[in-house]
Design a binder for this molecule. Structure first.
Ligand code: TYD
Length: 213
């Protein structure tokens, strides 16, 4: 068996530009592009239940467990098989979303969520987590005109807590490799910084894989 692939996760609040950057990077790397929540058939059902507003929407702990179930299925049926085949995987959101949204946003206990994420993923952590940091007002401006899901419909203070949570996580997490970038820069500039970050970490490996900067 050859070398296993690498897992790169994009994180940030809605409207930070991560979906665009994730797609561009996956194209460039010839990597598998995926996302959470909802990338598997089970996950698609969970996503509908998670994002639909209403009286019957999941409460905090149910929400955290459903995000974990989505991720467990995602890892078992998409991410781990790709990595085992030597493919690189780029995911739009991963475990840090649960720590930021359910932890800092909803106020659930950080250590408990950390254990939940570790358990759901069988300890599969990203090789690199790229956080695109943008002020909440910028993200909101970029999303104006688009329909809001249940998370985007939350009060402004919720997203502020999530954004601040990401900043805290990126500073404090040991054993997790974070690349923090200013998401207000141009699309091209952000992509350039991402590629530079990858080359700095895995220049030889990327060259072996025929990666063209
Ligand atoms: P996403 O599909 O990234 O939203 P969008 O495409 O609108 O940017 O994610 C949907 C929502 O799910 C998003 O508001 C963040 C939330 N979320 C959590 O609260 N916890 C999690 O663990 C994940 C993966 C997502």
């Amino acid at each position: 068996m050859g070398q296993p692939g690498r897992l790169i996760a994009f994180e940030g609040i809605d409207g930070c530009g991560k979906s665009t950057q994730a797609r561009a990077l996956a194209d460039r790397l010839g990597a598998r592009l995926t996302f959470e929540p909802g990338a598997t058939p089970l996950g698609a059902s969970l996503r509908t239940l998670l994002l639909t507003p209403g009286d019957d929407a999941p409460r905090e702990r149910a929400e955290a467990l459903m995000m974990a179930a989505d991720r467990a299925q995602h890892v078992a049926t998409v991410i781990d098989p790709c990595l085992a085949r030597g493919e690189w995987v780029v995911t739009d959101r991963y475990g840090a979303s649960t720590l930021a949204y359910q932890g800092f946003g909803r106020g659930l206990d950080h250590n408990e969520l950390d254990s939940l994420v570790a358990w759901a993923t069988g300890g599969r952590w990203p090789d690199l987590t790229i956080f695109l940091d943008v002020p909440v007002e910028v993200a909101r401006e970029r999303r104006s005109g688009q329909a809001a899901d249940r998370f985007e419909g939350e009060a402004g203070s919720f997203l502020e807590r999530v954004a601040e949570g990401y900043r805290t996580l990126a500073k404090g997490s040991t054993g997790v490799d974070w690349l923090v970038l200013d998401g207000t820069l141009s699309e091209d500039e952000v992509q350039r910084l991402i590629v530079a970050g990858l080359v700095e970490r895995w220049g030889d490996e990327l060259q072996e894989r025929g990666f063209d900067r």
